[in-house]
Design a protein around this ligand. Structure first.
Ligand code: ADP
Length: 584
């Protein structure tokens, strides 16, 4: 299932708000282009006069003067055009920056479940290909369209001023251009959207095959993946042929439309002149104007095609916003720290529940361990409790307020999910720690780093908190990256943590060190730990055993061992009735 795509009115709303946001610069750009175009338009009029004067017989010095004036005008036009293009380019960059920022904001506000459902390929295609396509349209297209439409408009005005009668022959081209453009535009949007969607599918399929290459090999799925790729390429090819067909009809008709006015102006101009309705100068100027309109018109309509691509891309970038949930709820605030789940069920695929009718209450400060065989649904339940997935049925509340009603920022001050995934962001150590609270004071940042035992190595870094991390910057070890993630958590200070065993991937020495850091973070908070190692369960206040999506046993470690159920069997097999040595 792909992420949503914005409809045409929504895209128009976005474009309008972008225009409003840059009105000043847009105005100045237009002004300079108008001046530049006006300079250029005086030239055919002067040439027309020249032809008339020559017909009447004038001195060569007058011809020289006119030629010098024309040369001067063209020079001034060049200077004005340069200024206008510079402003236009700046405008394009600013608009593009706005669009990119808006996209990033929408992506960051996406619920994780929406991203998981859509797959990363779709998001990847949108943030690469669509942004590129749009940047072309905005940077080059928007200024070019502005110039071209102004030129076409002003040229036509100049033609009318020169001779209203001579403006008539041009109009024969209007039905051709209008009709074929309408035909094209009616079909273009959906065709380009289909093309973009086919690229998404292709990227998605390839990304899955590459990231899952080992699985593909191990299960002998190569043929199947290949045929999926072939199918995606075929569909993408068909979609490209679709848009190619539209262009192959539209472009030739447009070319015909450009030549038509020149031919008809000359033809009718000749007739009008013979009847004495127009002067030779007027026919000359009109023919030059109709010639002059071809280039901007061609540019304009050429960019119209690019604009369709851009429009489809913008719809995909803006559309991501439709998957961002509205902040619902009457602004209710949780009054205490109790976390509760009531009759919670969840399915990744309809009809296949992996969490079934789970009810649990967690007291403030309680330590809960969730144990059970792999695939029992522990991680899924953890993500539901942390508000990553919305339950299919039942409810999760913190302090009696449904988790889904809390805005994400508010929710993360209450409940946070801690997993083995940790990412070092491009930026300084401080940026990495203060993600949740960019305004955090220096002492609080150090406090958080010291709390997780990271203060010492950060102090030894060349630039301390200002040391750049991430690709190209200072390399940190996986353990240090995890500490930074934990320090971030200390700063965010949620009262409840859902812990998906954060240390099991690391080497034992780093793991022991990290365990101390982690213990510091857990102190004083409510913890629901998804335990892959049973000593976590041993130390917990309450152990929940999860099997096949259900909670089958609950109680303290001692109670459950005494009860002799599946937890007791698990404990025996791990702990060994005879040996003390901790495993795994
Ligand atoms: P545990 O943490 O107990 O190992 P999980 O919650 O990871 O269990 O998985 C429970 C079930 O849900 C498994 O059958 C697993 O294959 C399935 N599952 C987990 N994550 C996803 C996902 N993102 N999409 C589809 N199915 C999933």
């Amino acid at each position: 299932m792909s992420l949503p795509v914005a409809d045409a009115p929504e895209v128009r709303r976005q474009v309008r708000s972008l225009v409003r946001g840059h009105f000043g610069l847009l105005g100045r750009t237009v002004l300079w282009f108008v001046l530049a175009t006006a300079c250029g338009l005086v030239v055919p009029a002067l040439l027309g006069h020249l032809v008339e004067d020559v017909e009447k017989g004038i001195s060569t010095t007058r011809v020289d003067v006119i030629v010098v004036v024309i040369a001067g005008l063209l020079l001034v036009q060049g200077v004005f055009t340069r200024t206008a293009r510079l402003l236009g380019a700046r405008l394009g960059e600013q608009v593009l920056a706005d669009i990119r920022e808006g996209f990033v904001r929408r992506v960051l506000a996406l619920p994780l479940s929406a991203v998981e459902k859509a797959g990363t390929g779709d998001l990847l295609t949108r943030s690469t290909r669509d942004v590129d396509a749009l940047s072309n349209a905005v940077r080059m297209g928007a200024p070019a369209i502005l110039v071209a439409s102004l030129s076409v408009l002003l040229t036509f005005v100049a033609l009318l001023v020169t001779s209203p009668l001579m403006a008539l022959p041009c109009l024969v081209a209007v039905p051709v251009i209008w009709g074929s453009t309408r035909w094209y535009l009616r079909r273009a949007r959906s065709a380009y959207l289909a093309e973009a969607a086919s690229y998404s599918d292709l990227t998605q399929g390839l990304a899955e095959t590459v990231t899952g290459a080992r699985t593909v090999e191990a299960l002998g799925l190569g043929e199947r993946r290949l045929s999926r790729t072939d199918e995606d390429v075929r569909r993408s090819n068909a979609a490209e042929r679709g848009t190619l067909f539209l262009r192959s009809v539209w472009f030739p008709l447009m070319d015909f439309g450009y030549i038509l006015p020149v031919a008809s102006t000359l033809l009718f101009g000749g007739l009008f002149y013979v009847h004495g309705w127009v002067s030779l100068g007027e026919v000359t100027a009109a023919a030059l104007y109709t010639r002059a309109v071809i280039d901007p018109l061609d540019e304009l309509l050429g960019w119209l095609d690019e604009l369709q691509v851009g429009d489809a891309s913008l719809a995909r970038l803006v559309g991501v916003g439709a998957a961002v949930p509205e902040a619902v709820g009457g602004g209710r605030r949780p009054e205490d720290h109790r976390l509760a789940a009531d009759g919670v069920s969840y399915a990744y695929r309809a009809g296949h529940d992996v969490v079934r009718d789970v009810t649990l209450r967690v007291r403030a400060g309680e330590r809960v361990a969730l144990v059970g065989p792999s695939g029992a649904g522990k991680s899924t339940l953890g993500r539901i409790l942390a508000g990553v997935h919305a339950p299919r049925d039942g409810s999760v509340t913190v302090g009696d307020v449904p988790v889904g009603e809390l805005p994400l920022e508010e929710l993360r001050r209450h409940v946070a999910l801690v997993t083995q995934e940790h990412h070092v962001f491009l930026g300084t150590v401080r940026d990495n720690v203060t993600l949740a609270d960019p305004e955090a004071a220096e002492e609080r940042v150090w406090g958080a780093l010291d709390a997780v035992d990271a203060g010492d190595w950060v102090r030894e870094l060349p630039d301390g908190l200002a040391t750049e991390l991430g690709s190209g910057g200072h390399e940190v070890s996986p353990g240090q990256a995890q500490q930074l993630a934990l320090a971030r958590l200390v700063l965010a200070d949620p009262h409840t943590l859902v812990l998906d065993e954060a240390t099991s991937l690391l080497d034992p020495r780093a793991a022991r060190h990290l365990e101390r850091s982690l213990a510091a973070v857990l102190r004083g908070r409510t913890v629901i730990a998804i335990a892959h190692r049973l000593h976590t369960a041993h130390d917990a206040d309450t152990v929940l055993v999860m099997e096949d999506g259900r909670i089958t046993e609950r109680g303290s470690h001692d109670d459950l061992v005494a009860a002799g159920g599946s937890y007791a069997a698990l404990w025996d097999s791990w702990h060994g009735p005879a040996a003390d040595a901790p495993a795994g």
